[in-house]
Design a protein around this ligand. Structure first.
Ligand code: CP3
Length: 345
């Protein structure tokens, strides 16, 4: 479809190599802020898009074509492999994933089957193969991290405080560990299958793990993340670890075998590096700034870039996802501005 030379700037930044300009992509770059996406959603449910490779590839490509970003991210949800492993999940508009029968005991764990990607979600590999023929930027595969997945499975849906999730972790540590192991196995299998099909980097979304203190993270979560990232490392494909509100966890994250850490606006890039973090970094514009006047937005972005580009291994992104009220024209202008500014400075 596109016949441009392959743009590997994003992959170079993941590997901390020299780049001609700072690469850009946006979390949730495919979604309801786009008219084209809203039109497609009128015809198909979320999972119908996900399970139809032609449509799914088109939705994945849209932001690359519209915004000029340096990477595509597979269109799917963190709950896609959970649904394919036999747990009933619904995506409720304006709310997120909802589980009618939450996981609360060891017996509930038997509701998970093993994940056989070619049998249970063949459409994912098929979408990836299509995209590799069509794209001239790298394709990022992804999965949810066990804590964040467990939060939906245990709470039954989105939560503000994760009391049930953390209560489960403290009160039933054996079941918690069994759940972490099960989810890690499924996600490793899932990520490996994406990489085999052609994903050129993977991001692990641990959106809500910032709710956990550092000591608890180390005890209840870090061993699972160590296992996931060391398995990905064996494939040679770069991995990104994302969370929000995770400033207190970054020193621990720096010890994990992930290649890139994605940080949010609650900590600056300079402050992250001052902690001794020596991995490549991704982030960290507050997505709310996309509603600010242009002068304010680009002043803020310039400050982020001036910090980011001090060292090789920096990718410009938001600190969390785009939301429906964002204007795509602002994102397009911002992408061009970041490219131009970092080419000449
Ligand atoms: O463009 C991309 O980033 C790729 C697609 C993508 C989606 N979800 C599509 C989606 C990715 C990477 C995700 C990951 C995801 N899903 C995360 C981690 C990233 C983050 O934002 O923290 C989380 C926590 C989820 C769970 C989830 N799924 C939420 C919170 C929502 C939004 C609820 C809402 O309506 O605001 C979903 C649904 C969802 N996933 C939508 C999209 C485009 C919107 C719903 C729709 O189209 O009906």
């Amino acid at each position: 479809m596109e016949n441009k030379p392959f743009n590997d700037t994003f992959l170079k930044a993941c590997r901390k190599e020299a780049v001609p300009y700072i690469p850009v992509w946006y979390m949730r770059q495919a979604g309801r802020y786009q008219k084209e996406y809203r039109d497609i959603r009128k015809k198909y449910s979320f999972f119908e898009i996900n399970e139809n490779p032609e449509v799914c590839a088109k939705v994945t490509r849209l932001p690359v074509e519209q915004l000029g970003v340096d990477a595509a991210i597979l269109f799917a949800d963190i709950m896609t492999p959970i649904k394919a492993s036999g747990i009933e999940v619904e995506i409720v508009e304006g709310k997120g994933p909802v589980i009618a029968n939450p996981i609360r005991s060891m017996t509930d764990l038997s509701r998970f089957g093993d994940l056989h990607p070619e049998r249970d979600l063949p459409y994912i590999a098929e979408t990836i193969r299509l995209l590799r023929e069509q794209l001239s930027v790298p394709l990022i595969g992804f999965a949810g991290a066990p804590f964040t997945l467990a939060s939906y499975l245990i709470e039954g849906g989105p939560s503000k405080d994760y009391h049930k999730t953390k209560g489960f972790m403290y009160a039933q540590p054996d079941v918690w560990q069994a759940l972490m192991d099960k989810l890690a196995d499924i996600m490793i299998t899932y990520l490996r299958s994406q990489i085999e099909a052609g994903a050129q980097a993977v991001q692990v979304f641990d959106s809500w793990v910032g709710a956990v203190g550092a000591d608890d993270y180390e005890q209840y979560i870090a061993p699972t993340m160590e296992k996931i990232f060391s398995e990905i490392k064996k494939t040679g494909v770069p991995s990104i670890y994302f969370g929000s509100g995770t400033a207190h966890l970054l020193k621990i994250w720096n010890q994990l075998p992930a290649d890139v850490l994605s940080v949010d606006w609650r900590i600056s890039i300079d402050e992250v590096r001052a902690l001794g973090v020596d991995k490549a970094l991704q982030g960290n514009l507050d997505p709310s700034m996309l509603l600010a006047p242009w002068e304010m937005l680009f002043t803020r972005v310039k400050a982020i870039l001036d910090q980011g580009k001090k060292q090789p291994g920096y990718i410009f992104n938001l600190g969390h996802g785009i939301f429906p009220e964002v204007d795509g024209n602002v994102l397009k202008k911002l992408t061009e501005w970041v490219h131009d500014y970092t080419k000449s400075n």
